[in-house]
Ligand binder design. Sequence first.
Ligand code: AR6
Length: 345
Amino acid sequence: MPFEIVRNDITKMKVDAIVNAANRSLLGGGGVDGAIHRAAGPQLLAECRTLGGCETGEAKITRGYRLPAKYVIHTVGPIWHGGGHGERALLTSCYRNALTLAQEHDCESVAFPLISAGAYGYPKDQAMAVAVEAITQFLFDHDMQVYLVVFGHTEFNTGKKLFREVQEYIDDVYAETHVQKNMEHSRRSLWQRDEAAALELDKALSTCFRDAAMPSPAAPDWNALLRQTDEGFSEALLRLIDEKGITDTQCYKRANVSRKLFSKIRSNPGYRPSKPTVFAFAVALELSLPETKSFLNKAGFALSHSSKFDIIMEYFILNHRYDVFEINEVLFQFDMPLLGSGVNP
Ligand code: AR6
């Protein structure tokens, strides 16, 4: 998965480079800066002394010394002065410059903290939005594994309204499932007590559901149905990419799936993806809910109302919100596996 939000201490990240939210002197400080210097040891400060500081929005690179990461990329975020002093553009350039530097040093994986979101006072939700936008924009033209490392649950209060809406949807679906289960229970106990009455009720219910849910069916296209039953996940994916008129690259970038994984799926007709990977492609292809269900079937999955993960995905698909990064932010808040992660819920 090219872009991932993780909860961790950045000094523990096993990546080619970690990014430090430094100050213009580059001579250490508190927060993540202090943690990185403590973990890397005094040689890091010695190398930093040779760099002559760094301007806000710029980035400089050193070795990682005792850190698991090979490099530290030091960048200086803007101090928050209310948002009207070019803070957003400066913060964006921190991410862009750090990523460019990482690329120039052949880094395949980079981890960022939420720059400026601590001592420099940038509102965390806005700092997160800038980070996600800058990183995803970079990843549209580059192949790299990028992590955004957040520190504990309190870090995360992004997309509060969206989070609330998704939570309400989950509650509604759970409540509905509960009502259906209760109805089933009453029906069963009625059967035990009064068979004739239960038969009457069943008849009434089945007519009512048939009228409501079954419009007169059009004759099915058996050839198309048979063709699609035989079709595996990989074949269905390639067909849908053609049908939607997008390129392979657009598809795997929108799905937040690496080129390597996409090639593997492409070349292996029997490939069995994880459920989040199927959803990631469904989102990239902007499938409707029925299309998503049939796509899941190709990979041997079904959409279930007893799975919170599935309900969250249903919410986004029903509302045509096909931004994989927005979805991942919400999934992350619910402690669910992220799209493209390959981890089953
Ligand atoms: N791993 C990941 N994230 C962390 C860690 C960690 N170990 N420690 C803190 N954070 P800040 P700034 C988060 O204050 O706002 C320094 O003194 C933290 O929760 O470290 O850019 C420099 O020398 C917050 O969300 O950086 C500068 O003077 C984010 O990292 C000044 O602070 C950034 O918080 C820079 O301020």
